[in-house]
Design a protein around this ligand. Structure first.
Ligand SMILES: C[S@@+](CC[C@H](N)C(=O)[O-])C[C@H]1O[C@@H](n2cnc3c(N)ncnc32)[C@H](O)[C@@H]1O
Length: 262
């Protein structure tokens, strides 16, 4: 178990799908040949697979890697009958042992803000050596805007961004610095790198997701701001969950080798 439930991943999937930058997504798909091997890191139940296959008439060979066997079982339940699909329960920290050697494209979503600089360095070294493409969507970038505003919003965002740097199993997490770290690691002569904003824009029709998000943020900042301050903010946010709006900033990054291995 990784702490990411099937229910939470399901709840956020529509917002993630709407947020992905379609230009980058289509550029990746246009670049990929039919039957290409895609390895999805931290796949959960397969949201990246669903997002890419929904935009493409080509079929790909998928390998999903995750530490959580329940999430992988759910991915198999949904897709093993319709697509070439392998799943592997593995800790991504074992970068040198990850089965990436035949991958045309490595993908990930909502993963890289959890990882460390060391992980990015070790993974990008493998990627650059084998000249695979790389597409990582929905990396949180530290921006949150709320409507209606509350006087505690700035303090909550600052405390949340600090909490995002807590170790999530990979060493000190990059949190909001993830996209810049990936850009620096991959912006080499032999790669073309594109970055695009992919914010969640949550309004009344995403009320259920917004409510869970607000509770998650409140839990993350309570140790820093104190429970009564945070409860004031949370009560206000929940009272406006059905009529308010919020923006949560993310970025997508696509790095394509000019001279691919396939
Ligand atoms: C925020 S979820 C994103 C899941 C999926 N990509 C999506 O967008 O729905 C992060 C995923 O990373 C996986 N994960 C976290 N730490 C991991 C590790 N050390 N090794 C492998 N997977 C890990 C979790 O199990 C979870 O599925």
């Amino acid at each position: 178990m990784s702490g990411f439930s099937i229910e939470w991943l399901q709840l956020r999937e529509a917002a993630d799908r709407a947020a992905r930058d379609t230009q980058l997504l289509n550029k990746a798909l246009h670049w990929l040949p039919e039957n290409a091997r895609i390895v999805d890191l931290g796949s959960g139940t397969g949201s990246t697979l669903r997002a890419l296959q929904a935009h493409s008439s080509k079929s790909y060979r998928w390998r999903l890697l995750d530490i959580d066997s329940q999430l992988l079982a759910e991915a198999r339940r949904r897709h093993a009958h319709e697509l070439p699909l392998e799943t592997l329960e593995i800790d991504l920290q074992q970068v040198e042992n990850l089965p990436l050697q035949d991958a045309s494209l490595l993908t990930a979503s909502a993963l890289f803000d959890l990882v460390s600089q060391d992980f990015v360095d070790r993974l990008s070294a493998r990627l650059l050596t084998q000249r695979s493409g790389f597409y990582a969507a929905l990396n949180y970038n530290g921006l949150m805007h709320w409507d209606p505003a509350h006087p505690l919003d700035a303090a909550v965002t600052t405390a949340f961004n600090q909490d995002q740097q807590r170790d999530k199993g990979f060493g000190p997490a990059l949190g909001p610095a993830a996209s810049d770290a990936l850009h620096r690691a991959l912006d080499r002569q032999a790669y073309q790198v594109d970055v695009a904003d992919s914010p969640w824009r949550l309004g009344p029709s995403e009320e259920a997701l917004a409510r869970e998000l607000f509770k998650g943020i409140a839990a993350a900042v309570t140790a820093t701001l104190g429970s009564s301050t945070v409860q004031t903010w949370l009560d206000f946010r929940l009272a406006h969950a059905a009529d308010g709006h919020c923006l949560v900033g993310h970025q997508d990054i696509l790095a394509l080798p000019l001279n691919p291995a396939y």
